[in-house]
Write a protein that binds this ligand. Structure first.
Ligand code: GLU
Length: 477
């Protein structure tokens, strides 16, 4: 039987790294097994789901390169793939469970339930549903109906123990006494997550359910539903949480957590893919592995049991690697939108000529803005640059301008030769001699390599900036 697995988000905001990694593990698993990866949108909670977040989610998955074989926009025989379009299916299943006495109407109000839960806790008992509506007589039921009390539908678990054989966590048995009768259909006709996801996993023919560990407690209940459907459950694999560097569950206070934010910061999708793939799973010593290789080696049962720590610095390190690997044309194409966003009116040809000199210095695409701005705009030296310029004094910059004015072939090696002569003649260290030149022409003490920067900037603008800085710096004392 060929593998079918799914990513089933409840889209209520941006896709976070936790969800992205769950999606990615499913996707790698499906691709490794040459099975199908299905996207299912669990959008029954109208108070949380927005159309915008559904679009954002799909966009984030596409950007990461996680294509789905079935799902919204892709179609498929098991659709529709949005739960709000499947409400009839859940209602039919619920009615069937009720007809077979596997579920019963529950008339308890939320207030009553809360009160009983409190009382149970006060007695030191677990706050489980006490099963009272399971035992109602026909007359009592009729009386509640006559009162017009809304009824939810509760699944009768039957008190059986359930053993989960998880691909990551191994075997765990949930005692039947711990599994309360749970609601499958709310009184408003909207199914609970427990029912909707189990019905879909069944009807959509999922062979594997790979999801976050936070859903582990749902598994015995969903397995009981499978039993009620007369079907074998899928194999489950619960992926441990992602935590921040402080070992607390990853959240916004750790910085960026949404895929969208990483994209805006200039993380490459191939880097985020590689990084997330290794978050909780390791294929061996190597860390930089192309997508095909990750797929080839992926093994869900080798995923670690303990939480994985998200390390933004490692992600940036990996991103720097992927940036350096990109061909110049490709890097140019990727950098251009970031320059535009930074308000820089850049042209492809100049950027293409410049990227070889900045790729070693970039950890994110966004950094290209600061590194290249001097090529497209007149610069005012920043605070540090101004200090360096002031310290060197105008004579040094004037001398540099005079020597550069004489350069015949305006190319980096020739520029280097001339500025080396300047340095040697001055008795200054290279740093002392060249930093002021860099500060004047790029406006910053951090820039692409100096001679190449000067070549790219061109003679006219270089001399003009040196002259201007010489003019602006205070006279030597
Ligand atoms: N919709 C659930 C969530 O976003 C996940 C469902 C599942 O994977 O079973 O938490």
């Amino acid at each position: 039987m060929s593998v079918r697995c799914r990513f089933a988000p409840a889209p209520s905001g941006q896709l976070h790294v936790g969800g992205a990694r769950t999606a990615l593990f499913n996707w790698m698993f499906a691709r490794h097994q040459e099975g199908a990866f299905i996207l299912r949108v669990e959008d029954t909670d109208a108070s949380r789901v927005t159309e915008e977040s559904v679009d954002q989610l799909k966009e984030a998955l596409r950007w990461l390169g996680l294509d789905w074989d079935e799902g919204p926009d892709a179609g498929g025989d098991a659709g529709p793939y949005r739960q709000t379009e499947r409400l009839e299916v859940y209602r039919e299943v619920a009615a069937d469970l009720r007809n077979r006495d596997l579920a019963y109407p529950c008339y308890c109000t939320p207030e009553e339930l809360a009160e009983r839960r409190k009382a149970a806790e006060a007695r030191g008992e677990p706050p489980r549903y006490d099963g009272r509506c399971r035992r109602l007589t026909d007359e009592e039921r009729a009386a509640f109906e006559a009162e017009g009390r809304p009824a939810a539908l509760r699944f009768a678990t039957g008190g059986k123990d359930v053993t989960v054989n998880d691909l990551i966590r191994g075997e765990a048995t949930f005692p039947g006494s711990d599994i309360e009768d749970f609601i499958v259909m709310r009184s408003n006709g909207v199914p609970t997550y427990l029912l909707a996801a189990a019905v879909d996993d069944h009807r959509m023919g999922m062979t594997h359910v790979i999801r976050g560990e936070d859903l582990f407690a749902s598994t015995p209940r969903q397995m009981l539903l499978f039993e009620a459907f007369g079907a074998n459950p899928p194999r489950y694999a619960h992926v441990p949480l992602i935590v921040g560097p402080d070992r607390q569950p990853l959240s916004k206070r750790h910085g960026a957590v949404a895929v969208e934010t990483f994209r805006e910061e200039g993380i490459l999708p191939e880097a985020l893919f590689n990084y997330l793939a290794l978050l909780g799973w390791s294929p061996g010593e190597e860390e930089i592995l192309p997508r095909e290789e990750l797929i080839r080696r992926f093994d869900i049962s080798a995923v670690q049991h303990h939480p994985a720590a998200f390390d933004p610095q490692k992600l940036e390190w990996m991103n720097g690697h992927y940036i350096r690997e990109l061909p110049d044309e490709e890097l140019t194409a990727r950098v251009m939108p970031f320059l535009r966003d930074a308000g820089i009116d850049a042209d492809d040809a100049t950027v293409l000529a410049a990227v070889p000199f900045i790729k070693e210095r970039m950890k994110t695409l966004r950094e290209a803005g600061d590194l290249l701005r001097f090529l497209f705009e007149d610069v005012t030296p920043d605070q540090r640059a101004s200090k360096v310029i002031a310290k060197a004094g105008p004579a040094h910059l004037k001398e540099a301008a005079a020597r550069l004015a004489e350069v015949e072939e305006w190319r980096a090696p020739e520029i280097e030769r001339v500025l080396t002569e300047l340095q040697e003649g001055s008795g200054l260290s290279r740093r002392e001699a060249w930093q002021p030149v860099r500060a004047a022409v790029t406006g910053s003490t951090v820039s692409p390599p100096l001679f190449e920067s000067i070549e790219l900037l061109g003679r006219e603008r270089t001399l003009e900036r040196l002259d201007r800085s010489a003019g602006n710096s205070p006279p030597e004392s």
